[in-house]
Design a protein around this ligand. Structure first.
Ligand SMILES: C[S@@+](CC[C@H](N)C(=O)[O-])C[C@H]1O[C@@H](n2cnc3c(N)ncnc32)[C@H](O)[C@@H]1O
Length: 224
């Protein structure tokens, strides 16, 4: 198993981004883990606590409702949504990530599959009562970030919920960072695209040193 080297990682990602191949490197992060989901350096190996709180706080029940997890990684958030009663589709552009999910959860009810957010199956358009995005936008550069946001929104059914979890930064700071966290203006572009913000939390996680994050929830007010 390859040891994680942050400087080498950033250099590798930049090489792909400079070659205008910003999606070409994701599978290598998962293949480097050599079959062990615990060795994927960015995996928290637990669901986002704010996702769990959001699920707990809902009055409505989720049974039979459809959720989709964008860039699902090794599957913790997808499994949490499934446990809450959603019928879950979880996809990732990395075939190895999906293989890790299927090995990790052999009895799962989640439909794990390889797909590209930028070329997803046509029948996913506006088909999901809940869309969950965690840390995908931040690993993309330049124009791909807005395209990613738009593709995420396009999955939302009328009246559906979008939950976004990501690293955050102050505007003007860390401009060349990899990954590039979202600033407030960037995450607020979900509102400018027509969604209603239902909640917004800025918080520091429990790492040492703590990493600032946003967790935001939105509703698609379009009528069916
Ligand atoms: C930083 S990881 C986050 C993984 C997971 N959501 C988590 O929080 O642990 C970003 C994920 O997005 C996936 N990804 C990037 N671009 C994608 C695309 N166009 N379509 C589907 N998945 C994509 C990557 O393969 C990777 O698994």
């Amino acid at each position: 198993m390859k040891e994680f080297n942050p400087a080498a990682y950033k250099k590798m990602v930049k090489t792909y981004q400079d070659a205008n191949d910003p999606l070409g490197w994701f599978d290598s992060i998962y293949t480097d883990a050599e079959g062990d989901h615990k060795a994927v350096f960015w995996a928290d190996l637990e669901p986002c606590p704010y996702l769990l709180k959001w699920l707990r706080d809902r009055i409505v029940r989720f049974f039979g409702r459809k959720a989709i997890v964008v860039g699902c990684g090794v599957g913790d958030d997808a499994e949490a949504l499934s446990e809450a009663g959603y019928e879950v589709t979880a996809f990732d552009i990395s075939p190895e990530a999906i293989r890790l999910c299927k090995n990790r959860y052999p009895e799962t009810k989640v439909n794990y599959l390889v797909a590209d957010l930028f070329a997803y199956p046509f029948d996913w358009t506006a088909d999901f009562d809940l869309v969950y995005e965690c840390n995908t936008i931040q690993v993309l550069p330049g124009k791909y970030r807005a395209q990613c946001r738009d593709a995420i929104i396009s999955l939302l059914a009328p009246q559906g919920y979008l939950l976004v979890s990501c690293r955050s930064r102050l505007r003007g700071e860390q401009e060349d960072d990899i990954p590039l966290p979202l600033d407030k203006e960037e995450i607020d572009s979900f509102i400018r695209c027509g969604l209603s913000e239902e909640s917004f939390i800025a918080y520091d996680d429990t790492q040492d040193p703590p990493v600032p994050h946003f967790f935001a929830t939105y509703r698609n007010n379009k009528q069916p």
